[in-house]
Write a protein that binds this ligand. Sequence first.
Ligand code: PBG
Length: 316
Amino acid sequence: MRRLRATEPLRTLVRETHLEPSQFIFPLFVCPGRGVRREIGSMPGNYQLSIEEAVREAAEAADLGVGGILLFGIPDHKDESASEAYAEDGIVQRALRAIKQAVPDLLAITDVCNCEYTSHGHCGKIVDGQVDNDATLEWLAKAAVSHARAGADMVAPSDMMDGRVGAIRRALDSAGYPNTPILSYAAKFASVFYGPFREAAESAPQFGDRRGYQMDPANGREALREIELDLEEGADMIMVKPAMPYLDIIRQARDRWDVPLAAYQVSGEFSMIMAAARNGWIDCQRAMLESLIAIRRAGADITITYFAKQAAALLR
Ligand code: PBG
């Protein structure tokens, strides 16, 4: 076996898996204000950005050949009914208009969820102390339509309510957006690795946790059922999240369905590598590339990653 490993040209020739900047999606956190560029403590190199700063960041990603951005909003005002999630002039809706105007050719995907917008931090409407599934679907459908109206190229529901893909599809179709695709966070696990994101998006639940709607990390077969249901409801693309602890799910999804498959290398996966690198315990660039290649080898076509810009710059 060592004959074909002897030199870099030989290794390059027989390499099976390749990384392409066009298959990375870069998450951005947009907040109110002007000139805001607040670094997220637990996610070095990532920022809460006011709109014009987010436009700058999006333009940089486009210049590096990154495949697209995924927008998250941090609203001015949170309330019981997540009203800014679906407001026509909400933070994401305004940021989208600005980004699509400045960088029209960059693919803009929006995260459709309520946890950043509710005062209690849960992903849906609370009825009798529980997240009410069907009441939440209405909010999600309204949010998706408002994103499409503001110029979203794709919407990505991440809430894990049952039936949300179908509800969003029907709402988009009847509002005149039959061509807006849905990337569903189909197999999303209740993961500790979202910790740094909740600091970034100020979205930690104020009571309880998300295990009543996100999946049990122990369940692989159930993940396949989740994906199947989302496809039946009309998902155009599917996602597994987190990525590296769930490579088995990515591989099974790849083998079973021929739709584009995304994986989300989440905040905690990013932050662990950054923290170890800052301690001098691991080489950042190599850990970044090895983790991205592993996710791709497992079968992901598209990777959502906080390393998108850094990796794209290296791969040029
Ligand atoms: C919103 C949402 C979360 C993430 C993406 N969309 C947080 C959560 O479910 O708690 C996590 C992303 C990351 O950790 O990078 N529901």
